[in-house]
Structures are given as structure tokens and as C-alpha cells.
Write a protein that binds this ligand. Sequence first.
Ligand SMILES: Nc1nc(=O)c2c([nH]1)NC[C@@H]1CN(c3ccc(C(=O)N[C@@H](CCC(=O)O)C(=O)O)cc3)C=[N+]21
Length: 283
Amino acid sequence: MGKILDGKAVANLLAQNLKEKVKKLKSEGIVPHFCVINIGDDPASKIYVRMKKRRAEKIGIVQDVYQLSADTSQEEALKLIDKLNSDPKINGVMVQLPAPDQIDADELLARINPDKDVDGLTPANTGRLWMDNHFVEPATAEGIIELLKHYHISLAGKNVVIIGRSNIVGKPLAALMLEQDATVTIAHSKTQNLEDLTKHADIVVSATGQAFLVTADMIKDGAIVVDVGINHVNGKLVGDVDFENVKEKASYITPVPGGVGPLTVQFLMEAVVKLTRRQNDRR
Ligand SMILES: Nc1nc(=O)c2c([nH]1)NC[C@@H]1CN(c3ccc(C(=O)N[C@@H](CCC(=O)O)C(=O)O)cc3)C=[N+]21
């Protein structure tokens, strides 16, 4: 039976360290302060915003939530981002995804000042990520890298299959793993014979939103399985992985909940503190 990669425990350990960094900032009169822009009333977004608030408070970070109505126009949202970009008291800005249909989310992300880009999703920071001179990384991808590091799992020379090609998880994770000398394959909804790829993988990461996509027969004995999926099945939160069966075959596996999710929130907080420190050191 595989060992659990305890994301929640690692996130809480990191939170203790980050709290010390925030204390140091506070002794210099600086309080990290960021804003979440949430447009519309996606029920999952409400939960994530609340989880961020809880972790921010625990660490000593101020989080403001700008709740905009479901019929907000693109112009209104852009205006708010401009205002926060130019407010020297605000260290970080993020737009909670998904946004309603009338909103062009990519344009909103591109408008965020890269120096305040908590998510690391602006075009400038995405480019830096692939050029290996990054400063803030998308939180889920960074969380997975640090989780593996915590358990002394090296990426060098490993065959990794990432299922899912989103800008927020799959693509940035591929960049970070490639940087650590893994051989990375990105699979997606049009990939043929997925199991032919996953069966040869030392590490399988699934980020699709399809419950029970990854089954035990698809992975090799002793593989490491990271589950980024968030699915609700019969009122229960599950990932993309058939956890009960896959855990018997994997050497390490992340649970859902308690795996990647808490690390995502923790690394958003790490980004806020990093950005705050850099903004103040530059003044
Ligand atoms: N601009 C932007 N940045 C994001 O980072 C972002 C986003 N938009 N939109 C949605 C996704 C999803 N996401 C999660 C955050 C926390 C948990 C989390 O804490 N999950 C808990 C369980 C939470 C529950 O009970 O539902 C866990 O897995 O243990 C999961 C997922 C951040 N996202």
C-alpha cells in the first residue's frame, strides 16, 4: 500500500514558517495585503475564497474580497484591476476563476501588474516561467513541486505524465518539472490510448475534473500519483483518481481532500508575502 503524500500537513508546516516571515515584515511596519476579485456566484469559488481568507488570517496576511455581480461588464472589472494596480497599499491582486461568460478572463489576467500577480498567470510571468527566471509560480504547480521535495522525491530523469493542459495547472507544472530535469508528457482530452502513456510513467499527475479517470490498471507498480482533481460525486468531494484501488499499487499518492488543495492556498499566501517583500525592498 502506498504512502500518503499529506498535502495538508505540509501546507500547515509551511504556514508556520511563513508566519515568521510575516512577523519580520510587521516589525518593519509592513503588512502583506492582497485582493481577490470574485465575479458572479459560482458556489465553489465562494468556498475557495473562504479557505484563502482562513489561511491568510492564520498567517497574518490581509485579504480583501471584491465581490462583483454576475452581470459585471469587462470594463468595470478592468477598472477595478487598474485601481488596485496603482494602489501602493495593495501588494497582490488575483481574479478568481472561473468568471462569467461575458468576461474575457485572459484579458483580465493580462491587466494585472506582473509585480502584484499572486497567481503567476499574467503573460509576463508565464513567459518567465518557461525561461526559467520566474519569481512567482502558479500556486498549484509550485505546491506539487514542494510536496515532492518535502518527501525527497527527485524529478531528475523521471518520466512524468500530466493529464490536463490548463494554463493554471498542466502547462505551468510541465514547465517546473522540465526545469527539474523530468521528461514530461502532457496528455489531454484528445490524447489517444492514455493508458499506454501512464503505464510507463514514474509520476502521474491528473488535473482534469473527471472523477475516476485514473484507475489502477493504468499505472505501473510503485508509481507516484498526484491528484489535482476536484469533483463532487453524490455530495462527496473526490479527485480524478480511483484512490482506494490506485493507492494499493502506487508508492505515494495524494488524497482528495487534504492533498494538493491546501498546498494551492498555502502557495498563494507564499506568493503574496514574496511580492510584498520585493515591493518594499525596491522602494
Ligand atoms: N485565480 C485562481 N487561482 C486559483 O488558484 C484557483 C482559481 N482561480 N479557481 C479555482 C481553483 C481551485 N483552487 C483550489 C483552492 C483550494 C482548494 C482546497 O483547499 N481544497 C480542499 C477541500 C476544499 C473543500 O472542502 O471543497 C482540499 O482539497 O483539501 C481546492 C482548490 C484554486 N483555484
